[in-house]
Design a protein around this ligand. Structure first.
Ligand SMILES: Nc1ncnc2c1ncn2[C@@H]1O[C@H](COP(=O)(O)OP(=O)(O)OP(=O)(O)O)[C@@H](O)[C@H]1O
Length: 249
C-alpha cells in the first residue's frame, strides 16, 4: 500500500502541557485507522495538527508526499483533508442543504452556488438526510446533525477523512447506521482516521489501531493484537475488557 499521511516526531505543547509528544505515525491509502486512548490523550490535538486547526509545535507532517506542517485549514481542505468535529457546529440558521453547499464552496471556491447545491443534495442523500434538505440545521436531532457533519466533510471531496467521535451520544440503532456509512465510505476508497471510544465500532470497521496515552503513541497495529497489548489494557481498555474479550475468543 502507498503512504498518504506521515507524522514525524510531531509534538504540540499548550504552555507546560504536552498534549502530543513526538508522535511518529504512517497511514496508507485505503486504511481505516482507529485512533483510541483515554480522555485527554491527545487524539483531537493530533487531528487538529494535521487539519490545520491548531498547528504542531514541532515535527513534520507529510500528506501525499507534500510537507503540510503548519498548513491552514482551508489549504488542508483543498488538498483533500477533511474532518468532522466532536462538537457538531453547523450554521444553525442555514438549511441542511446550504450547510453542505457552503462546505463544497469552502473547498472549491470557484464553484457556482447552483452546482454546490446539486452536489450537496447528493451528499445528503448518501447520509440519509434527503428529506431534511430544506430544514434549518437547528431543527435536526443530534444523530441527524452528526450525519450532516459527515455530509459537509464529504462535500470537501476528501482523500483522507478524520471522523471525531461521530457516534458519541447516539443510540445503538443510530450507531449501527453510522457504522454502515463508514463502511461505505471506506469502500469508496476514502482513507479514514477515526477517533472512537466505542470499541465495538472500532473492531467492526478499523483495519489498524493507534493508541495515544498522555500524548505519546503507545501502540500501533492490527486490532486483534492491540486489544491484547498489556500497555493498552493498562492505559485504556481495562483488565475486565481484556478478560471478557479473551473469553469470547
Ligand atoms: N486549546 C487548548 N489549550 C490548552 N490545552 C488544550 C487545548 N486543547 C487541548 N488541550 C489539552 O491537551 C490535552 C489533550 O487534549 P485532546 O482534546 O487532544 O484529547 P483527546 O484524546 O481528544 O480527549 P477526548 O477523548 O476527551 O476528546 C488535554 O489535557 C487537553 O486539556
Amino acid at each position: 500500500m502507498s503512504e498518504i499521511l506521515r507524522l514525524d516526531a510531531v509534538s504540540r505543547h499548550f504552555s507546560g502541557l504536552k498534549a502530543l509528544s513526538g508522535v511518529t505515525l504512517r497511514i496508507d491509502k485505503g486504511e481505516v485507522l482507529g485512533l483510541i486512548g483515554p480522555n485527554g490523550a491527545g487524539k483531537t490535538t493530533l487531528v487538529n495538527a494535521v487539519s490545520g486547526v491548531t498547528p504542531a509545535s514541532s515535527g513534520k507532517i507529510t500528506f501525499m508526499g507534500r510537507d503540510i506542517t503548519g498548513i491552514k485549514t482551508y489549504q488542508a481542505a483543498r488538498l483533500g483533508l477533511a474532518r468532522t468535529f466532536q462538537i457538531v457546529q453547523p450554521f444553525a440558521e442555514f438549511t441542511a442543504l446550504d450547510n453542505v453547499a457552503a462546505a463544497a464552496l469552502f473547498s472549491q471556491p470557484g464553484e457556482s452556488l447552483k452546482s454546490a447545491r446539486e452536489e450537496a443534495r447528493a451528499h445528503l442523500a448518501f447520509v440519509g438526510l434527503e428529506a431534511q434538505a430544506g430544514q434549518s440545521a437547528a431543527t435536526l436531532t443530534l444523530a441527524m446533525r452528526k450525519r450532516l457533519e459527515l455530509a459537509k466533510a464529504l462535500a470537501m471531496k476528501p482523500k483522507l477523512l478524520f471522523l471525531d467521535e461521530v457516534n458519541a451520544g447516539l443510540n445503538s440503532a443510530e450507531v449501527e447506521r453510522a457504522t454502515q456509512l463508514i463502511h461505505q465510505l471506506a469502500a469508496s476508497g476514502i482513507t479514514i482516521v477515526m477517533i472512537e471510544h466505542l470499541m465495538k465500532v472500532v473492531l467492526n470497521v478499523c483495519t489498524r489501531i493507534a493508541v495515544l496515552h498522555n500524548g505519546v503513541l503507545i501502540a500501533d497495529g492490527p486490532p486483534r493484537e492491540i486489544i491484547k497489548n498489556p500497555a493498552v489494557v493498562d492505559a485504556y481498555l481495562g483488565h475486565q475488557y481484556a478478560q471478557r474479550n479473551a473469553a469470547h475468543g
